[in-house]
Design a protein around this ligand. Structure first.
Ligand SMILES: [Zn+2]
Length: 184
């Protein structure tokens, strides 16, 4: 395992070597990062955490492609934490917002706190506003709200995320770069 910067979905180690702590998830005996940050290793407990990298407000400009995590759903906006500027290849930890087009109720059916999205910057003057319009944009990684297993999609039904554990399904805006795919 490298002492490097991990991004959401990066392979980190195996469950034989470490217990997955904060910022990590297990799948098929392997441990992956679900956040971007640096590993913090406790050799005594054999535990590993990924600690988000905190950097001062980084350069974000209109049109940049970013990775962000949903923090809260308000009446008119989704509040997110911008984690990574893919265009500039820099870590970030700053607030960003996305307008809710229809109603909060509709938004709540398709997106939830902890979801990780790929979006682009609509506006960076004042508040950073994001949009998920376009094929590569949308949800990149999400967990099942009932059993907390990662949700999957297959390319035939790419507006649907499905829990392969409990069968939960959600229609949503899925990025074509969504991390977990299955053949169905
Ligand atoms: Zn489930």
């Amino acid at each position: 395992m490298d002492k490097k910067l991990y991004l959401p979905g990066d392979y980190v180690t195996t469950i034989e070597e470490f217990f997955a702590g904060l910022g990590l998830f297990e799948e098929n005996g392997k441990i992956y990062s679900c956040t971007s940050g640096l590993p913090k290793i406790d050799l005594k407990e054999r535990r590993i955490d990924i600690e988000p990298v905190k950097k001062p407000k980084s350069f974000v400009k209109k049109g940049d492609i970013v990775i962000a995590q949903v923090k809260d759903i308000g009446r008119n906006v989704v509040e997110l934490t911008l984690l990574y500027n893919e265009t500039e290849k820099v870590e970030a930890n700053i607030a960003a917002f996305m307008l809710i087009k229809r109603s909060k109720e509709v938004a709540l059916r398709s997106i939830k706190p902890t979801d990780i999205v790929r979006a682009y910057v609509l506006d960076s003057e004042g508040k950073i506003m994001l949009s998920m319009r376009g094929k590569g944009f949308g949800i990149l990684y999400a967990l099942c709200p009932f059993c907390m297993n990662p949700l999957y999609f297959n390319e035939k039904e790419f507006r649907t995320l499905k829990c392969l554990n409990c069968g939960f399904k959600v229609n949503t805006k899925v990025s074509s770069f969504y991390l977990n795919k299955y053949k169905g």
